[in-house]
Design a protein around this ligand. Structure first.
Ligand SMILES: Nc1ncnc2c1ncn2[C@@H]1O[C@H](COP(=O)(O)OP(=O)(O)O)[C@@H](O)[C@H]1O
Ligand SMILES: C=C(OP(=O)(O)O)C(=O)O
Length: 543
């Protein structure tokens, strides 16, 4: 077992002083810790402590599938033991904990109370509501259930992400899937409510203006494809290139072209208002093409007094030249590979994924890798090896979160899919060779004291192989720490429920709510107590 050191820090540190050793009784067990104290906010003295910790990371327990939240099962969670080393004080053992977060799309397979609870247990960190499907009443039910779940725990949290429909083009409803054969003629019409063997509606009136003869139409990112042959005032006539089943409300993309609609449509504004009313945690904004739309949404949120973060979905060909300004304006990004791979050549997708993750890291913004991650598990109980490798790549590239779509929304094996994602992420993370010093591209700017503090705390924590405890009111210090990707967990204590909700998207951060006392000593003790009570640390033997 490797020895580790647990440190505690706080934001806006301005100076450090040496400290004495400290003895106190914690939950009936005597512990001794060494402490370093730091000043923060230019006035209060706050303590940075250290404690001997042992990590049993050689035996990752895959049965302890947790949503990055605490595991109450003492067998599979943490333990604390007395150190034999007289210089080192309390020793804690803990099993590795998944750092990469899991976003799950909620749909018919997972919207029941029972399934929300089971998904949370299996490892869901963020519930995504796709506004392209369902109505406000059905999404309201999900929101209420997630909130009910959250209200039960200080140490477990599912955040809510509302994904706007955006200016997407979709085929209309069909009573039964239509089988399209290669070479057959098939039409899309802007007339509403049409569904026959050779024609269906599209939901976008300018479709006829946007497409030209010779364009290639992709259904569901290329599951079916058609070549445009001609058009009339209301109908686009095509020939099927790759056939298959066309079901209701399928995505339509024109290879290489973005729709000319605004990124936030009238329906989106209604959905955004619904999100404000329900205090969701994140918007995932579809088909963002430039930073202007992000500013527009942020202005609206400010006017509405709504503290909701904006995640931009990078999925439109038009967004690529504006990546820097879009991500700068946002609070994070999603690599929405479905539409991205339809609007741009598919071989560009892995390169863009890497680039978007790199840019988000450089701006300390969270990034989600989405779509097709375990696609085969929509209908099969086990993933393809390529899907497992895809998850591994996203984890290695440093994504904050990885996303399940149809796998959990309407798949046959939603819990198994979450479990596979959890296990693969955990295994890959355990194999990552963590250098002691955080990556050089993330070196701390000397002008930002908090960045320097996070950088050096990470170096210390990595050297000593210890988790970190951070106390944060605004999430900022926990986010800074997450950015440097320490090798062990960041326990983020906050007295703000919304901060806890938000932090559940960030890699390596385990948010816990707790009331802060005016007395920093007491706050620290309370936090340790809470970790003990919640089963993060349990003494295996006392001294
Ligand atoms: N709230 C919902 N109600 C009904 N079906 C849903 C819902 N959310 C997702 N789905 C189903 O799951 C599929 C995959 O989800 P997702 O990838 O989010 O959708 P899409 O690719 O259609 O944008 C959808 O195409 C739809 O069939
Ligand atoms: C996540 C995506 O968006 P949606 O599921 O809303 O189409 C995507 O296109 O990859």
């Amino acid at each position: 077992m490797a020895s580790m050191r647990m440190s505690m820090l706080n934001c806006e540190t301005t100076r450090t002083t040496d400290q004495l050793s400290w003895t106190r009784n914690l939950s009936g067990f005597t512990t001794r810790t060494k402490q370093i104290s730091v000043c923060f906010d230019n006035k209060a003295v706050f303590n940075v402590r250290s404690m001997r910790v042992v990590e049993s990371n050689h035996s990752v327990d895959f049965s302890s599938s947790v949503n990055g939240s605490l595991n109450l099962d003492k067998q599979t969670s943490f333990g604390v033991q007395a150190s034999n080393n007289s210089n080192d004080d309390t020793v804690v053992t803990l099993n590795a904990r998944r750092k990469t977060k899991i976003v799950c799309t909620i749909g018919p397979s997972t919207s029941s109370r029972e399934m929300i609870w089971k998904m949370a247990k299996a490892g869901m960190n963020v519930a995504r509501l796709n506004m392209s499907h369902g109505d406000h009443a059905s999404h309201q039910k999900t929101i209420d259930l997630v909130k009910e779940y959250n209200a039960q725990f200080e140490d477990k949290v599912i955040s809510i992400m509302l994904d706007t429909k955006g200016p997407e083009v979709r085929s209309g409803d069909v009573p039964q899937p239509i089988m399209l054969e290669e070479g057959q003629e098939f039409n899309f019409t802007i007339k509403r409510g049409v569904s026959s063997d050779n024609t269906v509606s599209v939901n976008y009136d300018d479709f006829v203006n946007d497409v030209e003869a010779g364009d290639i139409l992709l259904v569901d990112g290329g599951m079916l494809s058609l070549s445009v042959k001609s058009k009339t005032a209301d109908t686009v006539k095509c020939e099927v290139v790759d056939g298959g089943e066309l079901s209701s409300r399928r995505h339509l993309n024109v290879r290489g072209k973005s729709a000319t609609l605004p990124s936030i449509t009238e329906k989106d504004w209604e959905d955004i208002k619904f999100g404000v009313d329900n205090k969701v945690d994140f918007y995932a904004v579809s088909f963002v093409k430039d930073a202007k739309v992000v500013h527009e949404l942020k202005d609206y949120l400010k006017r509405s007094n709504a503290d909701i973060h904006v995640i931009v979905k990078i999925e439109s060909a038009d967004s690529i030249p504006n990546l820097h300004s879009i991500i700068t304006a946002s609070d994070g990004a999603m690599v929405a590979r479905g539409d991205l791979g339809a609007e741009l050549p598919i071989e560009e997708v892995p390169l863009l994924q890497e680039e978007i993750i790199r840019r988000c890291h450089s701006m300390q913004k969270p990034v989600i890798v989405a779509t097709n991650m375990l696609e085969s598990m929509i209908s099969h109980p086990t993933p393809t090896r390529a899907e497992v490798s895809d998850i591994a790549i996203a984890v290695r590239e440093g994504a904050d979160a990885i996303m399940l779509s149809g796998e959990t929304a309407h798949g046959k094996f939603p819990l198994k899919a979450v479990n596979v994602m959890h296990m693969v992420a955990l295994r890959i993370e355990s194999s990552l060779t963590s250098s002691t010093i955080p990556p050089s591209q993330s070196s701390a700017s000397k002008s930002h004291m908090s960045a320097m503090f996070a950088f050096h705390s990470t170096t210390m924590a990595n050297t000593l192989r210890t988790p970190i405890i951070v106390f944060t009111k605004t999430a900022s210090m926990a986010i800074q720490l997450s950015h440097y990707q320490p090798s062990a967990t960041i326990f983020a204590f906050t007295n703000e429920e919304r901060v806890k909700q938000r932090l559940s998207l960030y890699r390596g951060v385990l948010p816990i709510t707790m009331q802060f006392s005016d007395d920093a000593e007491e706050t620290f003790s309370q936090a340790l107590n809470l970790l003990l009570v919640l089963g993060n640390f349990s003494f295996m033997s006392a001294f």
